[in-house]
Design a binder for this molecule. Structure first.
Ligand SMILES: [Zn+2]
Length: 689
């Protein structure tokens, strides 16, 4: 209520007639003659456009015969800035201002899950122009933009079609030749969003991710190019975004001009069932949580349901030190079909995709509890403070991910710490969560050939592709092993300083906003080492080299012992383990027989060089018999619990194969147990200081 960025749609300006555009596929209709009532034909200077003559404006509008609506008229007014910017220097009129790209997104076709895009792009005079589709996405650290989802591209200049060709070496680049006198190109295309998995659009929720929904001229700096964006939302939807809203006209929302970088970093999420609550009333660091649900009952939560998140957000703010900044928005979609569990960080907002029950029944969602918190920590580490090489001047240049073990690893660790300190997880749950990570790190075959530092290349190597043998290739280990690395750093600081200092102190110093809360800060590995050295002198380069650059990784798991715990294997799973396996749809015996079994005996994972591997099994095989009995999940569990070798029958490539798995001594599930009596450092880390 009272939130200027969150409003209920009122009058639909398009109600009762066909939409001006959208759902037209590839029809070339820019220049088509229209009834006068639908064409913007200016006959005199508009008081809102001083200095733009009727002749010039007619060149932009009337001759082209763009469909006229209040929406589009507003767009043209925005583009008047562009007109003055790209006019020849000797032309009369106002002094050149910043070029503005106009972007309209129609997000109403929930049936076909497609977005219709129209753009007016400033171009400097005539000649060769290259339009780029964003390829490198900051949050995925990878070239995950999918130009294959762009279809129906039409480009026009002055109402005439302009032919385009793809760059022979880069399918994300469209080359064309703008005719003489061209000041702006009109572009339209359709974005085909996924229809199965990772949805951007359902009947209840629409996620407007701008980077998929635009082309931009090559050669511009995305931090400089201003964009006037508008979106047409499905009727009656509410929305939230960190963008500043200029005005809302029915279901059309017009945003204040923002740099292309800011726009792409500021998604708009809209929904039918939306609820916003404050999770930080701090006048310096206000934070709101906006929930988008598929079912309205998922929003019927008592205020107390948000108390642990509120306390954990306060812990994050205490870690980084409170500085005044604009309101921060946690945008949480309670529907995993839209890309979860997972999240995408932004400078002033986050997108997080979680199971619908995460606030109603947190005890059933132990592994996912800290996801929104992780993304919030990126408000500092990753968006305001950026590793060198990850600044984007444009979206088609490779990112240099060398410091992902800081960007993601430290964030992952601090998310776990803040979640425990704020009460999102109990101490016991935090330890169980850590045990899963430690077990994964301990059994990872990748560390036999690939140092942890090399995992920073995984986003590029692995994104969007099926991963065979993930424990052998490694799978973005800078998260799990990275978190263990920063636990080791925390323990090291505490030990060396005799308990006087901790990683909290490092965070406060390293992320101090020396250049103000609004400035971007870029850090290097040398900065990090120097900060640690100032805090607690020691051979930090060697400390990190031993863990990042060797195949032994200096015993990340064994380092738990310095925190008072060791990784043990017991015959009963923790609740966290049970939920983690359930989320993956498997019975997880990776720590015993070296396999994870899904429905109807289908092997979903086999540990590289583990017992099942050595017996001749692989993912995709189907278990049909156990020790002479037909396969049954309970029979397998009982056979494993009894210990000793397993005689398994499996179907592999249509043949029945008998194998013998040396499963060892019974069921084994990871759990942390105290390694020594007395107070444990890890308990102190997970407790509110
Ligand atoms: Zn992250």
């Amino acid at each position: 209520m009272g939130d200027p960025h969150l409003a209920v749609a009122g009058v639909d300006p398009f109600a009762g007639r066909a939409p001006s555009w959208g759902r037209r596929g590839v029809q070339h209709d820019f220049g088509a003659p229209r009834a006068s009532g639908l064409a913007c034909r200016a006959s005199k200077d508009s008081p809102h456009e001083p200095g733009v003559s009727a002749r010039r404006r007619s060149g932009m509008e009337a001759k082209r015969g763009w469909p006229c609506s209040r929406w589009l008229r507003g767009l043209f007014m925005g583009v008047s800035v562009l007109a003055s910017a790209v006019a020849p220097a000797q032309a009369s009129g106002p002094a050149p201002g910043p070029a503005v790209m106009a972007l309209q997104v129609d997000a109403t076709d929930q049936v076909h899950k497609v977005f219709q895009i129209r753009q007016r792009l400033p171009v400097g005079g005539d000649g060769a122009v290259t339009l780029r589709y964003p390829q490198w996405q900051a949050a995925s650290h990878a070239p995950t933009g999918q130009v294959g989802r762009l279809a129906g591209l039409v480009v026009q200049a002055n109402g005439q079609p302009v032919a385009w060709t793809r760059d022979p070496l880069d399918p994300h680049a469209f080359r064309l030749r703008a005719p003489a006198g061209t000041r702006a190109l009109d572009v339209k295309f359709t974005y085909l969003s996924p229809r199965v998995g990772n949805l951007a659009m359902t009947r209840q929720i629409v996620n407007v991710g701008w980077s998929n929904l635009l082309l931009y001229p090559a050669g511009v700096d995305v931090r400089e190019l201003q964009v006037q964006a508008e979106v047409r939302l499905p009727a009656g939807m509410q929305f939230a975004t960190s963008l500043e809203v200029d005005r809302r006209d029915g279901d059309v929302v017009r945003f204040r001009p923002a740099s292309l970088q800011t726009l792409v970093d500021s998604p708009v999420i809209a929904g039918r069932h939306v609820r916003t609550v404050s999770v930080s009333d701090s006048p310096d660091l206000p934070v709101t949580l906006t929930l988008f649900a598929t079912r309205p009952e998922d929003l019927a939560l008592p205020e107390a349901a948000f108390a642990p998140l509120r306390a954990s957000v306060a812990e994050v703010q205490r870690l980084f030190g409170a500085r005044r900044r604009a309101a921060y928005r946690l945008l949480v979609v309670l529907d995993e079909r839209m890309g979860g569990p997972g999240g995408i960080e932004h400078r002033h907002s986050t997108e997080t995709f979680l199971p619908a029950s995460v606030f109603a029944r947190p005890e059933d969602n132990l592994r996912n509890l800290d996801l929104a918190l992780h993304e919030y920590i990126h408000a500092w580490n990753g968006t305001q403070f950026l590793p060198a090489g990850m600044e984007q001047r444009h979206f088609n240049h490779p990112l240099q991910n060398s410091l992902l073990w800081v960007y993601e690893g430290l964030t992952q660790y601090l998310g776990k710490v803040a979640a425990a300190r704020g009460g999102m997880r109990t101490l016991a749950q935090a330890l169980d969560d850590l045990a899963l990570d430690a077990a994964a790190a301990e059994t990872r075959a990748a560390r036999g050939w690939k140092p942890l530092r090399d995992s920073v290349h995984d986003p590029v190597i692995l994104s969007g592709r099926g991963i065979e043998w993930p424990d052998f290739t490694g799978k973005k280990d800078y998260y799990v092993d990275g978190a263990l690395l920063w636990l080791a750093v925390d323990v090291e600081i505490r030990s060396r300083s005799g308990g006087r200092l901790s990683l909290d102190d490092f965070v406060r110093v390293f992320f101090a906003e020396r250049r103000g809360a609004d400035a971007l800060h870029v850090y290097t590995e040398a900065d990090l080492l120097a900060t640690l050295e100032r805090l607690v002198p020691g051979d930090w380069p060697r400390f990190f080299a031993a863990r990042l650059d060797t195949l032994a990784d200096a015993g990340l798991v064994q380092a738990l012992a310095r925190g008072g715990y060791r990784l043990a294997y017991v015959d009963e799973p923790t609740e966290t383990f049970r939920q983690d396996a359930q989320d993956r749809g498997v019975d997880d015996y990776l720590s015993s027989a070296g396999m994870a079994v899904g429905k109807a005996g289908l092997l979903r994972a086999v540990r590289w060089d583990g017992p099942a591997f050595r017996a001749g099994l692989t993912a995709g095989a189907r278990l049909v018999g156990i020790n002479g009995q037909p396969y049954d999940a309970g029979t397998l569990r009982a056979a494993l619990a009894a210990g000793g070798p397993l005689a398994l029958d499996a179907e592999i490539d249509g043949e029945r194969v008998a194998v013998r798995v040396e499963a060892g001594s019974g069921l084994r599930y990871p759990r942390l147990v105290r390694s020594e009596p007395g107070p444990a450092l890890i308990d102190a880390i997970f407790s509110r200081p």
